[in-house]
Design a protein around this ligand. Structure first.
Ligand SMILES: Cc1cc2nc3c(=O)[nH]c(=O)nc-3n(C[C@H](O)[C@H](O)[C@H](O)COP(=O)(O)OP(=O)(O)OC[C@H]3O[C@@H](n4cnc5c(N)ncnc54)[C@H](O)[C@@H]3O)c2cc1C
Length: 371
């Protein structure tokens, strides 16, 4: 039998959370990164809308998004790129029946400015004027190049000597003394510390480790890519959305991604579209524009996984030593990944967090779900 690989930390999950955490922690520790699929980012990370919306989320998410912007807009020089972000903007539209929701949104959300319907029509030339009563713009919304982010995170991991195990689904985790013993296809590893960055499967990994789950719930959200007639130049269009966020649309490589923005509770799985839900969402979009959807070119679904209080779960589990949670990022896991991975890596190495992050990390502790 081959002798086990011994490392300081095993990160389970090769989505944006696992790769970002592994990149940060591998500067100070030996790391193995284990992913069930054959490619990084196959699940939620590869299925997102790839934007950052600085006004979104509750207090914790909002703080994490805004603290992540400097990494995303001006990455460290070693990454040899100018930015992971590109300008996009967001336009919100309201029908006559949705006027009060628009007023509430404008009163509540910072960074959003009302504009005239004419201005909205200039931004997105397919909008149906007679359907729109009010509109608002949020210029700070930006596209994130998620593929590039994943590539750069994996490059840093490799340069730091992290070892990769893909197509390796964890089915057993055994704690013997101070050590976790891990066996998967192709991997026989021992480590004192596991990072659970498995997205929708995070509670399942806890179960495998012999721990009671903490109540993380995956919710499905789907999207479709539709064609827009060639005479429209949509490259400069913002993301546009109903103020109720019961549909949104975003230009992607000359086509339009339209999402019903649904949130349907499911079990962790390789998510797929519910055709009826998608059709209803496309219909809500269709009522606000003046060109017909003739063909859906491609559709997909992904899982957004939330803790019961919708705050991420980050920190050591108090019930067993060496089990660290990095989960529950919901619909914000890409735009929060730089700040979250720094907090996670600092906690993992036992270093002191800055006073502000200390407070934030207290709110994210798994302890809040464990009696
Ligand atoms: C339609 C949609 C739109 C979104 N839009 C945005 C957006 O615009 N901006 C934003 O910031 N966020 C967005 N999100 C949310 C974002 O995609 C997620 O928060 C983020 O990708 C979560 O990353 P993760 O690494 O935790 O999970 P994942 O990417 O799902 O990675 C978890 C990994 O763990 C692996 N794994 C699971 N079990 C095991 C096991 N037993 N052994 C080994 N590996 C295992 C899985 O294979 C998977 O690759 C969106 C999500 C959806 C679905």
């Amino acid at each position: 039998m081959t002798s086990p690989l011994c490392v300081d930390v095993v990160v389970i999950g090769g989505g944006i959370a696992g790769l970002s955490c592994a990149a940060e922690i591998s500067t100070n520790a030996s790391v193995a990164l284990i992913e069930a699929e054959s490619q990084w980012g196959y699940h939620s990370t590869g299925r997102s809308a790839a934007v950052t919306i600085p006004s979104s989320g509750g207090m914790v998410i909002n703080r994490l998004i805004n603290d992540s912007l400097s990494f995303l807009s001006t990455p460290p020089q070693a990454l040899e790129i100018d930015s992971f972000l590109a300008p996009r903007g967001q336009l919100l539209v309201a029908t006559a029946e949705q006027e009060s929701q628009m007023q509430d949104y404008l009163d509540r959300v910072q960074g959003v400015t009302e504009c005239t319907v004419d201005e909205a029509m200039k931004q997105v030339t397919i909008l149906r004027r007679e359907s729109i009563r009010r509109a608002a713009i949020e210029t700070a919304v930006q596209d994130i190049d998620v593929d590039l982010l994943l590539q750069k995170r994996s490059k840093i991991c490799r340069e730091n000597g992290a070892q990769f195990f893909r197509s390796s689904r964890i089915k057993n985790l055994e704690r013997v003394g101070d050590i976790w013993k891990i066996r998967t296809q192709g991997a026989n590893i021992q480590t004192p510390v596991i990072v659970n960055a498995t997205g929708a499967w995070a509670d399942e990994i806890a179960r495998i480790a012999g721990l009671r789950p903490i109540g993380l719930t995956p919710y499905r959200r789907s999207a479709a890519l539709i064609q827009i007639p060639e005479n429209y130049n949509l490259s400069q269009w913002p993301v546009f959305s109903s103020v109720l966020v019961d549909w949104y649309a975003k230009p992607v490589s000359g086509k339009l991604m339209v999402s019903p923005a649904e949130e349907i509770k499911v079990e962790p799985h390789d998510a797929f579209v519910d055709d009826l839900v998608l059709a209803e969402g496309i219909d809500r979009y269709q009522q606000m524009v003046n060109i017909n959807v003739t063909r859906v070119e491609h559709s997909w679904a992904g899982l957004r996984t939330f803790a019961p209080d919708r705050v991420p779960v980050v920190g050591y589990d108090p019930r067993v030593s060496g089990f660290f949670w990095l989960a529950g990022q919901g619909g914000y896991g890409i735009e929060t990944s730089p700040a979250l991975s720094i907090i996670a890596a600092t906690l993992l190495t036992g270093k002191d967090l800055s006073p502000e992050y200390k407070e934030l990390s207290t709110l994210m502790k798994p302890d809040r779900f464990i009696n």
